[in-house]
Design a protein around this ligand. Structure first.
Ligand code: NZQ
Ligand code: ZN
Length: 388
């Protein structure tokens, strides 16, 4: 049965090859001072930087730059951004990049006018925003996180070995997001497939909870089928527009809050993956792929009916003459085969994890209680060992 919920997603999307043409119109809604936030230089190489700067100039904006947002943005970088945003009286943060740049922009948007340490307030104490929020607009260059249409902002603190996501409310969602699938063509294959698995994990971690007949589960099965189909095509031909555009659209719906409405969710793969990220700074999607098969095999007995449904509805497993357990296992086997085929990292050693880190990674994994099995420290260590 669906629980009670409210639903509102205020982000305006512009999708397609010509979507950047809408940036000028959006800029008219904001004041003159624009903070242009981007990463390590991919947008300069691709020429997107020049295009954006031209649009900003044509629209009479003052441009303040905040480059160098690293994958898995750090708390030190957050402090730097807050200072620049506040000192320059920024009217709009324009985020051009992947999930890290977009997450970071949202973190700066709520932190610039925060009177205390934003790490303590938002990440350790998980408090709501009660100060001025600078609006954020996004031009997305990498798909996976769903950050373009949600309130998530993940920040890493290397000193304390914690990587934490705060899921802010609708007032922090990007005001607009420009989604041109062609802007993702230049992604290296490693990043591309990591993004594909990030999407898959977002869907699975909302799917594997509850046993009810739930509309969200049917939506997620459809999203998964589209993702699996299109990702195989994209791996063969990264410039296949149809595949890349379908994947971009799936990514947005996988984590723009819709499919979680009215149901419980799991999220333990992300909690463990983020802790691995805090220790290794590894690529987000790969921290998820490296533990997923051991994780799902571990929890399968506790949610067998759903794993059977997943095997049949998503992977087309033939049920004739098989027990529920055999069917469910075949589904996970099919998933594992697919993951190997598209080139994902399948063990945490390849991400730099060593035996002596396992306890710390387990300690740094926040325990969520919405999945089929509530894990304890020892469960997490066992899953990590099986992921080595
Ligand atoms: O920095 P540049 O030079 O731009 O290079 C980036 C970066 O090295 C590169 N890249 C991006 N677009 C490119 C490109 N290279 C060539 N051509 C392009 N078009 O790709 C690398 C990775 O980018 P990044 O933004 O780090 O990847 P992703 O989008 O996966 O974001 C990861 C971050 O998002 C957080 C993760 O924890 C991680 O910190 N997440 C945010 C979520 C949310 N807001 O809801 C949920 C997710 O589960 C996730 O936790
Ligand atoms: Zn993710």
């Amino acid at each position: 049965m669906l629980g009670n919920f409210s639903y509102c997603n205020p982000t305006k999307l512009y999708f397609g090859k010509d979507s950047l043409n809408n940036l000028g119109g959006e800029l008219a809604n904001y004041g003159k001072n624009i903070l242009l936030v981007y990463g390590g230089g991919s947008i300069k190489k691709s020429g997107l930087y020049d295009e954006i700067v031209n649009i900003l100039k044509e629209n009479g904006k003052n441009i303040f730059e905040l480059p160098g947002v690293m994958p898995n943005p750090t708390v030190e970088k957050l402090y730097e951004g807050c200072k620049i945003a506040k000192e320059n009286d920024i009217d709009l943060i324009l985020s051009v990049g992947g999930g890290s740049v977009c997450d970071y922009s949202k973190a700066v948007s709520v932190s610039a006018y925060c009177n205390e340490d934003p790490w303590d307030k938002y990440y350790l104490r998980m408090e709501d925003v009660d100060n001025k929020i600078i609006p954020v607009g996004c031009v997305l260059t990498m798909v996976g996180t769903g950050s373009e249409m949600n309130g998530g902002a993940v920040i890493t603190n290397h000193d304390t070995k914690l990587k934490i996501g705060h899921v802010f409310g609708e007032n922090v969602f990007p005001k607009f997001a420009i989604l041109n699938p062609e802007l993702t063509y230049t992604l290296p294959k490693y990043q591309m497939v990591a993004g594909f698995f990030d999407i898959m994990s977002h869907i699975l971690e909302q799917y594997f909870s509850d046993e009810d007949d739930n509309t969200s589960d049917y939506i997620m099965e459809g999203l998964l089928k589209s993702l699996i189909h299109s990702s195989k095509i994209a791996v063969e031909n990264p410039t296949d527009y149809e595949a890349r555009s379908n994947i971009m659209w799936v990514a947005t719906w996988a984590l723009n809050t819709l499919v979680a409405k009215g149901k419980t969710t799991d999220w333990m793969v992300h909690m463990i993956g983020q802790s691995i990220g805090a220790y290794t700074d590894a690529t987000h999607g790969m921290t998820l792929s490296a533990i997923s098969i051991p994780y799902y095999r571990y929890i399968m007995p506790y949610g067998l009916a759903k794993f059977k449904r997943y095997a049949i509805n998503v992977w087309g497993v033939d049920t004739k003459g098989k027990t529920d357990e055999e069917i469910a296992n075949e589904g996970l086997n099919a998933m594992e085969k697919y993951m190997n085929e598209i080139g994902l990292v399948m063990n945490i050693k390849d991400l730099g994890v060593t035996e002596d880190m396992l306890d710390g990674i387990a300690d740094g994994s926040f325990i969520m209680d919405g999945g089929y099995k509530v894990l304890n420290h020892d469960d997490i260590v066992k899953i990590l060992k099986q992921s080595m």
